[in-house]
Design a protein around this ligand. Structure first.
Ligand code: ADP
Length: 875
């Protein structure tokens, strides 16, 4: 049998042939001039245009051209391992590459290749900063090859977005991209669309986006007024309810179940006899209040900033200012924190990343941590994971976990480890799962007199983030951080030289600026600056200097002179400074590199591995170790009887000594795998349910797209009119007259007004008339009305306005009914949980009911459209 590892080796070997050919082609492209490189790309484009295929020949040519352009522009030559990464990405797979292996550069290879199609390539990153940095950096390669590239940033308007999406290559964040898609599906005019049809997309940090973010849907919502008082009353009521008597907690599912006693208690407080018979959904409000009280804590799941609840992302430790918990939970937490609730939201459009990214015909991704979620990637997204070998031998040592019986024992051991590292000067990063825990360990370190820095999402700490990270690899540095120092954080052994220089220079210039203001002599600043730079032996890049100079508005000729001198100084100083940094780095390497301490196993091994991945980048040495306790939440909830037994067995042991047992380690690993599976099942479940809505969404959006892109929808409207008449007649003919007499008469009256006929027709006669007579009559009446309106507008020379008006009516009908439909579907989803008790498969039931709602909504769109058209008089 082939083991997983051998299997991966075998998979990598498959690329040998292409790899060799790309390398063989290198000497040929080296001899091409810059203009010839561009011409070659044009030829490849033409070749693709004829064959419509990205053949091996195109791959070999375009990969070698990209490598050559990279050498000529940014001075980096793609390593063979990076070429393999590029080949994997081009096949629509996930390339797992460790931190520091140069994924940014790897992406350029499939990007250039797929840009040959001229259909657009999207490179998706997790934040604006990375998108901008990578677009500017890698953009030099694309320019050199004559390909256009664009960048989308959150503050850009529609025109800028459209302009950038029309480039060969576009760098963008997942958030902006998905929202542009949702917004595109809400526009009323085709000229407002910003996106082109999707072609190829590479997702950076793919596991973060497709797995960690998969559970939260992206929503565009409109605000609707809400009644805060209900949330506040519910909070009061919840204080009179007793845990395990009036209600039970399901900690795993973050759910609250009210018991009979609880329901009676609520009825007693409210003075009503049956809580389910009022038209106010008290159970909903009280359950949310209890959830807010028992599961959601300040500085763990959220922080309070400017009198607002801001969610802290559990995977990145960062706050997500524009996200809200849905279904009333956010409002309940606001009530708990004494924040007045006056708006709640109604969903206008929404999609999950899961559904969104599967819209691309070709999708691929890269990350340092995908292997442990390979099954999920394959089953849900059909994305295979390939582990790319590292460029230099990998030197990280992952020490076995230190396990303690109690949490206190664990924290003491972490503090002790920090003390030992501090004493020898080895830089250490301590990762915690919440802001609260980061503060606990900080307090203990204060007690131990160990200097350290804390990095978490609290506003007062945020401004220091870049400085803390820049210095985290320095001798003697101890940093405690939430998951913020996980993914994407680059900790350099010896510290970040450029950052340090920037800081010193900025201080220097700022001081001089003050003096300049007093002396009014620019020359003075110049000499002063020079001597200070010399004395401090500061080093900085040309770009930094230009930035600083701009900042200070040196607008005279001396600025040029100043720049020249500084550039010369730059090279001279760099040599000096580098020496001291290299020696510090050497010292740290001898100590074993950065020491990473984990303080709790996360609900997925990927997040643990992200933390471990902060050390041992690019062949550096490094160590990681997790300190855990049997009392940690994950083991408490998922450890089962085995861990409980172990706690009992070990209870009497000295808590200062870590437990050593193979069974124990195995049980803990099992517990973590259980959690992973638990959440995977939830995501799979969400996906299955979402699939239903997704198919419906595709139909809605496709209809919308057709309306937007059809010049005249006259025939379409006539067809819809007929179908509305058929439904109407079905209703009038089949509804029992006796019970619904008044209602039917009203409907008939409305019909007469709408279809503009005044013959004497009552319900009784209507019921007696043959169906086809009625149908033909109404159809003619409808056509007549419609034609009359059209002629009227034609006479007024307003036919274009009328066509636009009809289209906008149609689009508004779709949007309004879709928004209502989304709400009904979410209510259905809530309600369907209960049907599981009836021993019926809830998913099947959900699908049946969703289909029924869908057909109703389609009918509503048609009715809405026809009634609006008939009843509106534009002139
Ligand atoms: P990752 O995203 O994989 O963590 P980055 O793309 O941020 O890595 O690259 C890490 C560092 O490696 C960068 O400083 C980059 O300049 C360097 N690098 C990448 N590829 C090469 C290469 N082929 N030759 C030399 N340096 C490289």
């Amino acid at each position: 049998m082939i083991t997983k590892f051998e299997n991966n080796k075998f998979l990598i070997k498959q690329y040998d042939n292409l790899l060799n050919q790309i390398n063989l082609n290198e000497s040929i492209v080296q001899n091409l001039t810059d203009i010839e490189l561009k011409e070659k790309i044009e030829k490849l484009k033409a070749q693709y245009f004829i064959t419509n295929k990205l053949s091996d020949e195109l791959i070999i040519e375009s990969f070698s051209l990209t490598r050559e352009a990279s050498i000529r522009t940014i001075g980096l030559r793609h390593f063979d391992q990076q070429l393999i990464g590029g080949l994997v990405l081009n096949e629509g797979k996930i390339a797992e590459m460790k931190t520091g292996e140069g994924k940014t550069l790897v992406a350029t290879l499939p990007i250039v290749l797929n840009a040959l199609t001229s259909k657009g390539v999207h490179l998706v990153t997790v934040n604006d900063y990375l998108a901008k940095r990578d677009a500017e950096w890698m953009g030099q390669i694309y320019n050199h090859l004559g390909l256009s590239h664009g960048l989308i940033q959150s503050q850009m308007n529609e025109n800028e977005r459209k302009f950038n999406y029309n480039k060969d290559i576009t760098y963008i964040t997942n958030h902006e991209l998905a929202f542009d898609f949702l917004r595109d599906n809400m526009v009323l005019d085709a000229s407002d669309l910003v996106l082109r049809p999707f072609n190829y997309c590479i997702i950076d940090e793919v596991d973060s986006i497709l797995i960690d973010e998969a559970r939260t849907p992206l929503i565009i919502s409109g605000e609707v007024p809400t009644d805060s008082i209900m949330y506040i009353q519910a909070l009061e009521i919840s204080k009179y309810l007793r845990k395990n008597i009036d209600y039970d907690l399901d900690e795993k599912a973050t759910n609250v179940v009210l018991n009979d006693a609880g329901i009676k208690q609520i009825e007693k407080i409210l003075g009503i006899s049956n809580i389910f018979e009022t038209n106010q959904p008290w159970v909903f409000f009280v359950t949310n209040a209890l959830k807010a009280e028992n599961f959601f804590f300040k500085n763990v799941q959220y922080i309070v900033r400017n009198n607002k609840i801001c969610i802290v992302d559990e995977f990145t430790g960062r706050i997500m200012p524009d996200r809200r918990w849905n279904n009333g939970l956010h409002e309940a937490i606001e009530a708990k924190e004494n924040i007045w609730v006056d708006q709640s939201s109604q969903q206008l459009a929404g999609i999950t990343y899961q559904n969104f990214f599967t819209l691309y015909p070709k999708l691929s991704g890269m990350t340092g941590t995908a292997k442990t979620a390979a099954t999920e990637f394959e089953k849900i997204y059909n994305l295979e994971v390939i582990v790319i070998p590292t460029i230099r031998p990998f030197q990280r040592e992952d020490l076995p976990d230190q396990v303690y019986v109690s949490e206190i024992g664990k924290w003491k051991a972490v503090a002790q480890a920090c003390r030992e590292m501090y004493q020898i000067g080895r830089p250490t990063l301590v990762g915690t799962n919440s802001i609260e825990k980061s503060e606990i360990i900080s307090l203990i370190l204060n007690d131990y007199n160990i200097p350290h820095k804390v990095l978490n999402a609290k506003p007062e700490n945020l401004g220091l983030e870049s400085e803390i990270i820049a210095e985290a690899g320095c001798l003697g540095s101890i940093v405690i951080s939430t998951n913020m120092a996980g993914r994407g954080t680059d900790i350099i052994l010896g510290g970040n030289l450029n950052f340090k220089i920037n800081r010193i220079v900025i201080n220097l210039i700022t001081n001089n600026k003050i003096k300049y203001a007093k002396n009014r002599s620019k020359l003075f600043i110049f000499h002063k600056l020079m001597s200070q730079i010399k004395n401090k032996q500061t080093n900085f890049s040309k770009k930094d200097i230009e930035y600083i100079l701009e900042l200070n508005n040196f607008n005279t000729q001396k600025q040029k002179l100043l720049k020249k001198v500084i550039v010369i100084l730059f090279f001279y100083l760099k040599i000096n400074l580098k020496k001291s940094f290299v020696s510090k780095r050497k010292q740290i390497v001898e100590l074993g590199g950065l020491f990473v301490i984990g303080t709790e196993r996360h609900e997925s091994r990927r997040i643990d591995n992200q933390l471990r991945g902060r050390t041992a980048r690019q062949g550096d040495p490094g160590t990681s170790r997790f300190y855990i306790s049997l009392e940690d939440k994950i083991f408490r909830l998922f450890g089962g009887n085995k861990i409980k037994q172990l706690i009992n067995t070990f209870q009497l042991t000295n808590d200062d000594i870590p437990l050593q047992s193979k069974i124990l380690t195995k049980s803990l690993d099992l517990a973590q795998e259980k959690v992973e599976n638990y959440y995977y099942e939830i995501r799979k479940n969400i996906y299955e349910y979402d699939e239903v809505l997704n198919q419906q969404r595709q139909i809605f959006y496709a209809t919308r797209w057709s309306v937007l892109n059809t010049v005249t929808i006259r025939n379409w409207i006539l067809d819809i009119g007929e179908s509305v008449i058929i439904e109407l007649l079905k209703y009038l003919k089949t509804t029992q007259t006796i019970e619904n007499k008044e209602l039917l008469e009203q409907d008939l009256e409305q019909l007469k007004n709408l279809f503009n006929f005044s013959i004497n027709l009552d319900i009784k006669t209507l019921k007696q008339l043959p169906y086809f007579v009625l149908f033909n009559f109404l159809r003619e009446q409808f056509w007549l009305n419609y034609d009359l309106k059209e002629i009227n507008y034609e006479l007024l020379m307003q036919i274009k306005e009328y066509q636009d008006f009809q289209k906008s009516c149609f689009l508004k009908a779709i949007d309004s009914c879709w928004s209502d439909h989304l709400e009904k579907m979410s209510e259905l989803r809530e309600a369907i949980v209960w049907s599981a008790y009836g021993q019926r498969d809830p998913l099947i039931q959900y699908k049946q009911e969703a289909y029924r709602l869908f057909t109703i909504t389609l009918q509503e769109i048609q009715n809405y459209l026809i009634f609006t058209l008939l009843s509106t008089d534009l002139t």
